[in-house]
Design a protein around this ligand. Sequence first.
Ligand code: NAD
Length: 299
Amino acid sequence: QETPVGFVGLGNMGGHMARNLLKKGYPVIAFDVSKDALSTLKNDGAVVAESPAEVAANVSRLVSMLPASAEVQEVYGGKKGILSTVKKGTLLLDSSTIDPSVSQQVAALAEKQGATFMDSPVSGGVNAARDGILTFMVGGPEASFAQAKALLDNMGKNVVYCGPVGTGQAAKICNNMLLAISMIGTSETMNLGIRLGLDPKLLAKILNMSSGRCWSSEVYNPVPGVVPGVPSSNDYKGGFGSALMAKDLGLAQNAATNTKSPTPLGSLAHQIYRTMCNQGYSGKDFSSAFLFLQEQDKK
Ligand code: NAD
């Protein structure tokens, strides 16, 4: 029998990830501010806690999957936060996508308590989370990586060591900047092709056998009906919200500023997703860039 694993943040991603741990036979002690999310996981067999502190008091391994930097700071460093009760030797894995400097700050606080914090953000959408085939990008002490990998292997198919704490986030931010650019590019292309009289399924098929092929065209096409089972085919519900993408693009822009790196397309992608958020697309999957462009056409 495995010892219990703590899980904080049971949203679109975290709910599936925690369920995969349960399926693999790990007892899970969970917390989320959403009562609905908590009761769903309770029905799936988890023990629910009243606060992150209560979770941390009962485990020696913990995973968190929260929206952004502010929630991670609160869940770890807040009054009823993880670090108020964490036991010495606990492994803390944060899979949220946040600012690398925040991962470093939380890691330093954890170290003072004798715990190890590693950033372990993920790539792969909600379906990859459900199917346990995420890619984890892990930053932190190399000596703790094997233990982290043993747990993360239950939720993903690739677990990659990136370097010191914060480097997992660095890899993730770079990936998502490229993803946003390719999603907008795919959306523009599909919209143009449809207006030129091409059938969207046929156009996607041709792109996917040609040099324009990318994850956004092939696996997660933004045009409804082209790929079954992805958010675009379900009214852009679920998936990866445009607000979260705007957040990640902001992180990339901060990083670009800090390192004096030119990122003209990343900067434009940030503006486009921020505009989408201001026009009611925050909660829609980020592939709604296609819908946004279509609506712009109509104006
Ligand atoms: P989500 O908004 O669906 O889930 C976040 C969960 O955290 C919610 O259930 C919310 O109630 C909970 N939460 C918020 N504040 C809390 C607090 N103080 N204490 C406890 N729980 C709290 O987000 P998501 O789509 O699951 O994404 C989570 C993270 O993973 C984000 O950083 C996102 O950028 C990243 N990510 C998402 C995807 C995706 O496809 N959705 C893919 C890769 C990475």
